[in-house]
Design a protein around this ligand. Structure first.
Ligand SMILES: [Zn+2]
Length: 363
């Protein structure tokens, strides 16, 4: 059955001519040339790294070795979960796309921040850079919206009775996402050698070693040491608490870009679909931005509130997205393509929950 799925689920774009993408490339190339800057990260990104990474180790040391009174510890753990998510959004995401630095070795090194958080940069690059970024919202291929027994993310997925309540229980599931990822999803990819329906052709020897070393590090750093210092009971409360914050923030922010009322989906289940639009237009159709005018949201989200810009220019660092947004809007207007945007993060969250509710009640 799996073999069959692998062969049948296919999508191709109408890329024989791609005038929209060429226009976008012209506009942005002109921007970088006239400002004489590189599309990769700059001091703004490196400053974030030097705030977030020491915050990660500082909070860990404080909570594990100098554990404060319980309610202060819980606040510290919530902050630890948020800092982990922010490292994912701001540092890991850029590095894994190769947009952190002009130096490939620096990108590779910084991409191990994914392993530092507990997952795996090698699998992330395939899942995210290749599968998700190419086949965005293509049901049957895009792992981010892959159907599960619990959630229904788009209309082409079968509706079950419990989906009626998915807008209520989804936030709770998001809280479990990172624990699920570390203890199940990574192993499923590793032993199954596939990202949902996309096979992983080869796992190099180095990546086998990195995979197991990361799991060992995770067991020692996040489980054994805290258990030894604060006791198993305290560790368990703290571990599930900060992972709930980490998983919730991480999952929600990624969902706001694609699973909302304004975005579109394509059904490639058990079939080969020819998408009529060129790849770049498909990215705009299937993605939404939010809170583009909020400097605070933009700083925290690492450009994930500018996901349309990110999907069009994944190799451009997120620090440039606010400047590129007017150029993308201009190109969309010229080509009569709708640019999806929510004015605030709250509006995007409401739209996500309304869309889940709609999917739970309508075929
Ligand atoms: Zn990305």
């Amino acid at each position: 059955m799996k073999e069959q799925t692998q062969v049948l689920n296919k999508a191709t774009f109408n890329n024989k001519q791609n005038p929209f993408q060429e226009r976008l490339r012209d506009l942005t190339n002109t921007y970088f040339q006239t400002h004489d800057i590189n599309p990769t990260g700059d001091f703004r990104l490196y400053l974030k790294t030097f705030i977030l990474v020491p915050a990660f180790f500082g909070l860990y040391t404080w909570i594990v070795f100098f554990t404060p009174v319980w309610w202060v510890a819980l606040l510290g753990l919530a902050l630890f979960g948020i800092v982990k998510a922010l490292i994912g959004f701001n540092v890991m995401h850029d590095a894994c796309h190769g947009s952190y630095s002009t130096n490939k070795n620096i990108n590779n090194f910084v991409s191990y921040s994914m392993n530092m958080l507990g997952s795996n940069a090698f699998f992330w690059r395939i899942k995210h850079n290749i599968v998700h970024h190419t086949y965005t919202n293509v049901d049957g291929i895009d792992d981010d919206i892959m159907k599960s027994p619990i959630m229904r993310f788009c209309e082409s997925q079968p509706r079950k009775a419990h989906h009626k309540y998915q807008h209520i229980f989804a936030p709770m599931l998001y809280c479990l996402a990172t624990v699920f990822w570390v203890f199940f999803a990574d192993f499923e990819k590793y032993f199954g050698k596939r990202i949902s329906t996309t096979p992983i052709n080869k796992i190099p020897l180095k990546e086998h070693i990195v995979f197991w070393l990361t799991k060992l590090y995770y067991g020692v750093f996040f489980i054994a040491i805290p258990c030894y210092v604060v006791g198993v009971g305290n560790w368990a409360i703290g571990y599930f608490f900060y992972n709930a914050v980490f998983g919730f923030v991480m999952s929600l922010v990624f969902q706001l870009a694609h699973v909302v009322e304004k975005t579109h989906f394509v059904d490639a289940n058990n079939r080969k679909v020819q998408i009529n639009s060129e790849w770049a237009a498909h990215q705009v159709d299937t993605t939404a931005d939010f809170a583009p005018n909020s400097k605070v949201v933009s700083w925290l989200m690492g450009g994930l509130n500018f996901q349309t810009i990110h999907h069009l220019f994944p190799r451009v660092s997120h620090v440039h997205y606010p400047a590129l947004q007017p150029l993308v809007i201009q190109a969309c207007q010229e080509f009569n393509i709708e640019y999806n945007v929510y004015p605030t993060m709250g509006e995007a969250v409401k739209s996500h929950l309304r869309f889940l509710k709609y999917l739970g009640n309508n075929n």
